[in-house]
Design a protein around this ligand. Structure first.
Ligand SMILES: *Cc1c(COP(=O)(O)O)cnc(C)c1O
Length: 348
């Protein structure tokens, strides 16, 4: 297998770019001694009158410590969705390149491929929701730039087999992106720990799920410094706003709260699973390493509508391949989960 060559997979127009240098690039406020008359801001202090730090230094310092990486290996964005979009724009030449995705999986890979005019080559997961390595490799050509692996996978909830991921990291010549949106609920460690070993590995995480901050939009990307430098060239300078940076810092520092909430959600996942076993029209409850359960029912459309009538909104995943008659249930609070069970018991 040839050696991974970042330069050869980077779009030509991106290679020559210099990052946009914003007014607030050179100096961040270090207290009262600096007078900032450089960015045409309103000088009256209200907490958000200044542009945010374009390098998100405070946030990255905490992330670097917690994730055991260098700050230069981190990019943060307006949700993981922005980060995934940056990956397309850095590496995928519109109307020429392609990506590989493995349905049933997260819908954004396909959406972003469409927006960026990139062909999305889909290779179905097998019946165990694991990648079919040989078929994937047979679909790859020199224009295949990104391979998306979601682990734990949405909507199926399972982890992708580590041996298979390693195999793909070695054999795929583009970037392997492991979407770890649900990693904090899983009984395994992050692929961030393998960044030193695989130069084509990119790991994305988010504060939207376990950390309870979907509303602030904060996604994280961990990769080699070389990959991160490329993405920095094309990110909007102020892509993460001041309120988000502050709240993300506070949320990350409150480790006890997050750990306790994750533990409660995992307990609730187990309780819900036991209760679902008693519902006659639920035929299968898939193993989950995330904060949701995928279940197979007799008639998903009907059951979905019946729950809706009782003011319970879930996700019908039946249109996804391999997911006939499946519903995805997010783990709620204990009270919400009781309501769900009650509703399931009422419907006939
Ligand atoms: C929810 C989710 C995300 C989160 O995206 P954000 O833009 O960070 O909110 C990313 N990937 C997967 C697979 C998800 O399910």
């Amino acid at each position: 297998m040839e050696k991974f060559d970042l330069n050869s997979i980077t779009r030509e127009n991106i290679k020559g770019l210099k990052p946009y240098s914003s007014a607030r690039d050179e100096y961040v406020s270090q207290g009262s001694e600096m007078v900032f008359l450089d960015a045409n801001e309103n000088p009256n202090i209200n907490g958000v009158n200044r542009y945010p730090d374009p390098h998100q230094r405070n946030l990255k310092a905490i992330l670097a410590k917690q994730k055991n990486v260098e700050e230069s290996q981190i990019l943060v964005g307006n949700g993981s969705d922005e980060i995934l979009d940056l990956l397309f724009r850095a590496f995928c030449e519109p109307k020429k390149d392609n990506i590989i995705s493995l349905p049933p999986t997260y819908g954004m890979y396909k959406v972003l491929a469409g927006i960026n005019a990139i062909v999305n080559r889909e290779v179905l997961l097998n019946s165990e929701f694991q990648p079919d390595i040989n078929t994937i490799i047979s679909k790859v050509d020199s224009d295949s730039k990104l391979l998306f692996l979601c682990s734990p996978n949405n909507p199926t909830g399972n982890l992708i087999d580590a041996k298979k991921i390693e195999n793909l990291l070695i054999r795929f010549q583009g970037l392997v992106i492991i979407d770890e949106a649900y990693i904090d609920f899983a009984n395994t460690s992050s692929w961030i720990n393998k960044l030193y070993k695989y130069p084509n590995l990119v790991v994305t995480q988010t504060l939207s799920k376990a950390y309870g901050m979907a509303g602030i939009r904060l996604g994280m990307c961990f990769a080699s410094e070389a990959i991160i430098d490329l993405l920095k060239k094309i990110k909007p300078p102020y892509n993460v706003n001041e309120l988000t940076q502050k709240q993300a810092v506070n949320g990350l520092l409150d480790i006890t709260k997050v750990t306790n909430q994750i533990a409660e959600i995992l307990t609730e996942r187990q309780n819900l699973k036991e209760a679902l076993k008693e519902i006659p029209f639920i035929q299968n409850i898939y193993h989950s390493e995330a904060n949701f359960l995928l279940v197979k029912v007799d008639d998903a459309d009907m059951r979905y509508n019946q729950l809706l009538e009782q003011q319970i909104v879930i996700r019908n995943r039946s249109k996804q391949p391999l997911c006939d008659n499946t519903l995805r249930l997010t783990i709620g609070t204990p009270e919400e989960n009781i309501k769900l069970i009650k509703a399931l018991k009422v419907i006939k």
